[in-house]
Design a protein around this ligand. Structure first.
Ligand code: ADP
Length: 490
């Protein structure tokens, strides 16, 4: 027996007792819950008492006419499915009944199978419409649930179509950008986002530029009320992978920004305070070890040399920290100005010439025959970039190799390569060496002192100039660091 049939209440309204009883037997066996009424009035009363889902209705009855009963049923309970039972002589009436909203009809006399078939069809129809109703109400609940979640999100949310038109913004978004609380979507992104770079990023992602495998781009910008916001844009893809637009998530990072600044200021202060006494100690140790100083026993001299080396190491550590905190605080040590790269590179290489010579290195500067275009940069910052790269080339090589600094113009940009034939860097470590304090640890690097701050400083300076840095290296075969910088605008 069909489980859904079992629970369907059916009312039979017919003045012929045999028909009522016969139908009851068949339908009860099908599992329906059957009620019977001998005329229209009692039928309507029965419906009032207990609603049936299917009504079998004889059209030809004494008292209230079947069509009248049908009308009233449809008026009060439009969802009830009415199957009219009619003799051959009244087919026209049956058609009339269908017009009035009857669901089906069975001509009299009928076989049990005919009845079963018709009632089953009605039950199936009931089941389908109930399912559709459930889906619709589920959809409705789902939609309002989503709306509530989006409204309650602490992150700002903006959804755009592929043409950059905004289709959704949530309250947090309005609050972060000081927009009116009920600001309606519908305009272009620029009407909501005050930052041109953020607008551009969102338009690009909305239009589907950059494959889905590309990491979701993000940027920070300042918003009204001294807020710092982090915006990240992600493409929205349809089921078959086509771009539908983008979603922009805004996170308020103002508090982190303040903390970061405090940390940078603290580090800058501590480094600054440490630098002068350390320089004094270094000077005194150098004097003690100098020519005019009183001779020391070999053991003492060794201790003093070690102390001088460690002090030197500490000073360079403190210098790196200071550089880093200044960079993070956004303060260039000098303002940007026009820089001639050839000269700057020569000065850098000159400062390493004695060390290179002592250790048997060949230090080569490779410049193109024509002059290089000028750069606009803070010269001290730029010098620290190449100082760090050449120092690393020397530090991470065995004595006696070749170190080359080669500058060229490529695709309208300045490209400087610093290459060595030294220890090289394993492929999996190459992405990590630009992280603060990261140092490769192996047999070769064990004896090289360093802080792990040089390359992060280099990267930060290069990026602040609108350039980028990359590395090519093979363990045991040397490394090449490539710096690409934009030339000064004509
Ligand atoms: P530091 O030299 O103070 O350790 P860096 O940030 O300059 O810090 O470099 C990070 C790490 O990258 C180094 O510890 C070293 O392992 C590796 N590295 C940098 N430059 C080279 C190079 N030219 N050859 C081999 N390894 C290098």
């Amino acid at each position: 027996m069909d489980a859904s049939v079992q629970t369907v209440p059916v009312l039979i309204i017919d003045d012929e007792r045999d028909i009522r009883d016969g139908c009851e037997r068949i339908l009860s066996r099908m599992g329906c819950q059957v009620t019977k009424a001998p005329d229209g009035r009692q039928g309507l009363e029965a419906l009032e008492r207990e609603l049936a889902e299917v009504v079998l209705l004889d059209l030809k009855m004494p008292g209230m006419d079947g069509l009248e009963v049908l009308k009233r049923i449809k008026q009060s309970w439009p969802q009830v499915l009415v199957i009219v039972i009619t003799g051959f002589a009244t087919v026209e009436t049956a058609i009339e009944a269908m017009k009035l909203g009857a669901y089906d009809f069975i001509p009299k006399p009928f076989q049990p199978d005919q009845l079963r078939l018709t009632v089953n069809r009605a039950i199936e129809r009931l089941r389908l419409s109930q399912e559709a109703e459930r889906t619709l109400s589920d959809l409705h609940t789902e939609k309002s649930r989503l709306r509530t979640i989006i409204s309650a999100l602490p992150q700002g949310l903006m959804v755009t179509r592929t043409d950059g038109q905004v289709v959704l913004i949530n309250p947090a978004f309005c609050q972060m950008l000081s927009l009116a609380p009920q600001t309606a979507p519908g305009q272009e992104v620029a009407c909501y986002l005050p930052d041109p770079a953020a607008c551009q990023m969102l338009r690009r992602v909305s239009a589907g530029e950059g494959g889905p495998e590309e990491e979701a781009p993000s940027l920070e910008f300042s918003a009204p009320g001294e807020r710092h916001l982090l915006a990240q844009a992600t493409r929205i893809l349809g089921e078959d992978g086509q771009g539908l637009g983008a979603v922009l998530v805004l996170v308020d990072v103002s508090a982190f920004k303040v903390l970061d600044q405090l940390r940078s200021e603290f580090v800058a202060k501590v480094s600054h305070e440490l630098r002068s006494p350390l320089s004094t100690i270094l000077l005194q140790l150098t004097l003690l070890l100098g020519e005019g100083a009183a001779p020391q026993a070999e053991g003492q001299r060794h201790l003093l040399v070690r102390a001088r080396e460690r002090t030197q190491g500490l000073i360079s550590f403190v210098r790196d920290l200071l550089d880093l905190s200044r960079l993070e605080a956004g303060a260039g040590r000098q303002g940007p100005r026009e820089v001639r790269l050839e000269e700057l590179l020569r000065v850098v290489l000159d400062s390493f010439s004695t060390q290179a010579e002592t250790r048997g290195f060949q230090l080569v500067l490779d410049l193109p025959p024509e002059p290089l275009p000028t750069l606009v940069a803070d010269p001290v910052g730029l010098e620290s970039v190449f100082n760090n790269l050449v120092a690393n080339a020397l530090n991470y090589s065995d004595d006696g190799g070749r170190i080359e600094v080669k500058a060229r113009v490529e695709d309208g940009k300045l490209k400087v390569e610093v290459s060595d034939q030294g220890f090289g860097i394993e492929e999996e470590k190459q992405a990590l060496i630009f992280d603060k304090f990261y140092r490769v640890k192996n047999e070769k690097t064990r004896f090289v002192t360093g802080t792990g701050l040089g390359l992060p400083i280099v990267k930060s300076v290069v990026e602040s100039l609108g350039g980028n840095i990359s590395v090519r290296s093979k363990k045991g075969q040397g490394s090449t660091f490539t710096v690409v910088l934009p030339c000064a605008q004509a």
